[in-house]
Design a protein around this ligand. Structure first.
Ligand code: KG4
Ligand code: ZN
Length: 338
């Protein structure tokens, strides 16, 4: 029997809806919020208001693009957390309303599990997906972790950041350079014209598989301060070199830990996810390392690395197969582990 899962993602500043039909992605619609750019970061109250405006048209478009009608939806999956409470509340409330109106079950999804299982999003039946166990590194604006994925719902975090996330390092350094928000894609573009060896930034000495990015951010700030004293046009003149050097340092830190994790666990099936997984240098370097280390590497398409409802839908689909439904009394959770 056909199952059509409608999925909703509203944990941060993008409203997204997707349809997964028998495990295949039929549509994935996204409304990006631009209102935050002028503030250099996401303003939670503005994010929830934009979600309220966007959610109905985004869901309507997802259902229409899939060639379906509301009556064809078998279940509705939504991001319960972690994320901004007001934003999550919009997705959760919409989900409950839709479920009551159509008399269909709801499925709660952990946003991080969405990033982790994003390599299972299939647009065609022939798309290749990882096999278990695999290692994945989730690198986003809020999280940096290495996870052993033993099965769809059996995962173990073996390393995570002790302070800032990798995406935060991109965003905060871009902010002090006076670049826009989010900083990651801007640095990625600028770095293409810069020399990655121009500035030497410190790499943290953190034991094991954990990460730290706050020292790098501070070192970057001091570098800017020192150089601006000598030349007040320093940032403008050197921004491509600064971007390239920063990006190289972050990418080296990430790949160093992933390589260590693979060696220690003996797992050579490797995936990445989260917004920073869209970074071109990270993708290129990982592809080179994968050849040397003989990894089977899964690089998700860029549209599935940043927040999207397709990844919520694929988790929803696996839960649907297990009849793992949530109660209508469920509440969103800003902090949520798995
Ligand atoms: O997964 P995501 O969309 O949202 C969270 O769950 O946090 O990740 C957003 C993060 C931001 O920090 C953004 O700067 C970063 O991903 N990002 C990138 C790139 N595209 C997005 N960082 C580096 N290079 C990129 N191309
Ligand atoms: Zn995310």
């Amino acid at each position: 029997m056909t199952n059509n899962i409608l999925a909703i993602e509203s944990s941060c500043d993008d409203t997204s809806a997707a349809i997964i039909s028998n495990g295949l992605l039929l549509s994935n619609v996204m409304a990006n919020q631009t209102v935050h750019e002028q503030y250099g970061g996401v303003v939670p109250e503005l994010a929830s208001r934009s979600h309220q405006q966007n959610i109905v048209p985004v869901v309507q478009a997802a259902i229409k693009n899939a060639g379906l009608e509301p009556k064809d939806i078998s279940a509705i999956a939504f991001t319960r957390g972690p994320g901004l409470l007001g934003s999550l509340l919009v997705g959760t409330s919409f989900t409950k309303g839709f479920s009551i109106a159509r008399n269909i079950p709801i499925i709660e999804v952990n946003h991080l599990q969405g990033h982790i299982l994003s390599p299972f999003i299939k647009e065609k039946k022939s798309d290749i997906v990882p096999s278990f166990p695999f290692l994945t590194m989730t690198v986003s604006g809020g999280h940096t972790q290495i996870v052993i994925v033993r099965d769809y719902f059996k995962m173990e975090i073996i390393g995570s950041t002790i302070d800032d996330a990798a995406g935060e390092a991109f965003d905060k350094c871009a902010k002090v350079m006076g670049l826009g928000y989010p900083g990651g894609p801007i640095i990625d573009n600028l770095a293409k014209e810069g020399n990655p060896e121009a500035f030497v930034l410190p790499k943290p000495k953190i034991q094991g598989l954990n990460f730290s990015f706050s020292g790098l951010k501070t070192a970057f700030l001091y570098l800017l301060k020192d150089e601006i004293k000598k030349n007040k046009n320093f940032i403008e003149e050197d921004k491509a070199d600064l971007a390239a050097s920063l990006q190289k340092t972050i990418v080296d830190i990430l790949i160093g830990k992933l390589r260590k994790a693979s060696r220690e666990t003996g797992i050579s099936e490797i995936a990445i996810g989260g917004g920073v997984a869209a970074n071109s240098e990270l993708r290129e370097k990982l592809t080179e390392v994968a050849k040397k280390e003989k990894w089977d590497l899964f690089l998700p398409q860029k549209k599935f690395t940043t927040d999207n409802a397709a990844m919520i839908g694929i988790v929803g689909y696996f839960k649907y197969l297990q009849n793992d439904f949530a109660s209508i009394d469920i509440t969103p959770a800003a902090r949520l582990n798995f």
